[in-house]
Ligand binder design. Structure first.
Ligand SMILES: [Zn+2]
Length: 204
């Protein structure tokens, strides 16, 4: 496990296939760390003062001028306001175009008999205590997930996260936030190398 650059306000291990939801104040930094390697992580966030305002992947791509978000880039809201800044990113591979896995997506891709609850379902569970529901879940920020766009715009979905144990991304809150993070439970496609594992989520 890595050493935090500042005093820990929160430090938890999110179990494999788990979700965590918590509030952070502006200026605090969230560290997401892969503990065992090759684990994809989905993150969404909401303005704590106005839960209608949420992370917006499309604005994040447009306003940063890239779909490959890493150190120095900013996560924007649907109101085009900065929500989080990437201050450190040891892997440098994250995605903003492919969103979350879900039971419904599995059912289309692999058949209903193989489908299992995914990150969309975990997000719905995580935000429920704040009075939010599944339809309030935006497209996520996919941490450690490698979905490079190929020639002619072809999207390759079935690649595993390239992260190693200790790889982490640090995101500084630019406003007071509700942050929701999943350890992706997907086992059918290889985004977790078919082996979901725990992650560390810390705030400093
Ligand atoms: Zn997932």
């Amino acid at each position: 496990m890595t050493t935090l650059p500042g005093a820990a306000i929160r430090d938890e291990t999110v179990p494999a296939k788990g979700v965590t939801a918590f509030t952070v104040r502006r200026g605090e930094t969230v560290r997401v760390e892969d503990l065992e390697g090759r684990q994809a992580v989905d993150l969404i966030c909401y303005n704590l003062e106005n839960l209608d305002e949420k992370f917006w992947a499309a604005h994040t791509a447009k306003l940063n001028g890239t779909i490959y978000i890493t150190t120095g880039h900013v996560l924007y809201s649907d109101l085009a306001r900065p929500m989080m800044s990437v201050v450190e990113d040891t892997l440098g591979v994250n995605d903003v175009i492919c969103g979350s896995c879900s039971f419904e997506l599995d059912a289309v891709r692999y058949g209903e008999d193989k489908a299992a609850p995914g990150c969309m379902d975990l997000f719905a569970q995580g935000i429920a205590p704040w009075g939010l529901k599944r339809s309030d879940v935006p497209m996520c920020f996919n941490i450690f997930l490698d979905y490079p766009v190929q020639e002619h715009g072809r999207v390759v979905l079935d690649r595993d996260a390239g992260s190693k144990p200790g790889d982490h991304i640090d995101l500084r809150a630019e406003m007071d936030l509700l942050v929701v993070i999943t350890a992706c439970p997907q086992v059918i496609n290889p985004c977790n190398a078919h082996n979901p594992t725990p992650i560390r989520v810390a705030v400093y």
